[in-house]
Design a protein around this ligand. Structure first.
Ligand code: NAD
Length: 334
């Protein structure tokens, strides 16, 4: 297998590459590529991507990193030809909702135009294509209900709108051009190497700097948490066991109110709740609740998460405590 992994210097893409090359956080039972396989990493190294995330595998001869834009047709065509790529796994994205509210342009460029470029090149070269998407494309739930793969798309943020647009293009290339593709949709990921603008690493690194945890609105919005390695294993299963044209949901069976996650982080730092929370004005268009039904991935791919939230949170906290230089360099200076 000759894989092109895009967005490989970001949080989830780098975890996927480390896993496939035998350097995961947890156990050796996770999937790995074999000795004859090759992984080409393509990443633009935006603010969210760093080669530090690929350090554990930098000397592996099966891996080659290339800096560049997924929306660049010549670059991607040349890579596919030079490395005889047979499969693309697309993690590359602008991924932060707050940034998409400030300006949607980069989201349209990478998440929509970039994905369409990869689809065109997949079509021309008969490649397999995996689109890594999100539960946010389904919109928001009230206190009840859950998302299944046929739930209509109802994105509420410019970020989720760009991801939903990309998912629709993937579907259309399957229907129109008959390309081999699967789309994975996942709930909130957590784990090591996550950029400290996202809720969990922001909470951890703020407490490590004697600051508070910022909570939007009442803090009662509900998210479903999945460890990044469980997500990566699901993506691999979707690629190797999935059926072309299908969508697979991955959730963590761990719905929690944001404020309860904050309490768990505070408790790990022996801080009292009333000292550690900072309620801030709610995010515009803030989705209330996400909930993923992963029955299809369990039944058809044999997937199940290995990490409990309790163990995953502890190991993530330990990672941020042991890797201060990694995250300190990413905190904006005021
Ligand atoms: P991230 O922001 O940590 O990483 C994105 C990576 O893409 C970065 O390394 C960045 O440099 C790279 N990139 C951006 N624009 C690029 C371009 N034009 N060309 C090449 N590379 C480019 O994001 P993440 O959290 O690792 O998310 C990866 C994927 O998973 C995204 O598609 C996201 O929508 C999806 N997803 C994320 C979550 C989550 O909780 N983080 C949940 C579900 C789905």
């Amino acid at each position: 297998m000759n894989l092109l992994v895009t967005g490989s210097a970001g949080f989830i893409g780098s975890a996927f590459v480390r896993m496939l090359l035998g350097k995961p956080m947890s156990s050796s039972v996770l999937p790995q590529v074999s000795q004859g396989d090759r992984i080409v990493s393509l990443d633009l190294l935006t603010y969210a991507g760093t080669l530090e995330n690929l350090k554990p595998i930098e000397s592996d001869p099966r891996h080659q990193f290339v800096k560049g834009d997924i929306a660049d047709p010549k670059l991607v065509r040349d890579l596919v030809r030079e490395y005889r790529i047979d499969t693309i796994v697309n993690f590359a994205a602008e991924s932060h909702v707050d940034r998409s509210i400030a300006g949607a342009g980069p989201f349209v460029h990478t998440n929509v135009l970039g994905t369409v470029n990869l689809l065109d090149i997949s079509r021309e070269n008969n490649l397999k294509f995996v689109q890594v998407s999100t539960d946010e494309v389904y919109g928001s739930l009230g206190e009840t209900g859950t998302f299944i793969e046929t739930t209509p798309l109802a994105p509420n943020s410019p970020y989720s709108a760009s991801k939903a647009a990309a998912d629709c293009f993937v579907r259309s290339y399957h229907e129109t051009h008959k390309i081999w593709c699967v789309t994975t949709r996942c709930s909130n990921n957590y784990g090591p190497y996550q950029f400290p603008e996202k809720f969990l690493p922001l909470s951890i690194t703020n407490l490590m700097r004697n600051k508070k945890i910022p909570l939007y609105g009442t803090g009662k919005n509900i998210r479903d948490w999945l460890h990044v390695e469980d997500h990566c294993e699901g993506i691999w299963l979707a690629l190797t066991k999935g059926k072309s044209g299908e969508i697979y949901n991955f959730g963590g069976f761990g719905e929690k109110k944001n404020i309860d996650v904050a309490y768990e982080v505070l408790a790990a730092f022996s801080r009292k709740p009333d000292e550690g929370l900072d309620f801030v004005a709610d995010r515009k268009g803030h989705d209330w609740r996400y909930s993923m039904d992963s029955t299809k991935a369990q039944n058809e791919l044999g997937w199940k998460p290995r990490w409990s939230f309790e163990d995953g949170l502890k190991s993530t906290l330990d990672w941020y405590k042991s890797n201060i230089a990694w995250w300190e360099s990413k905190i904006p200076r005021r």
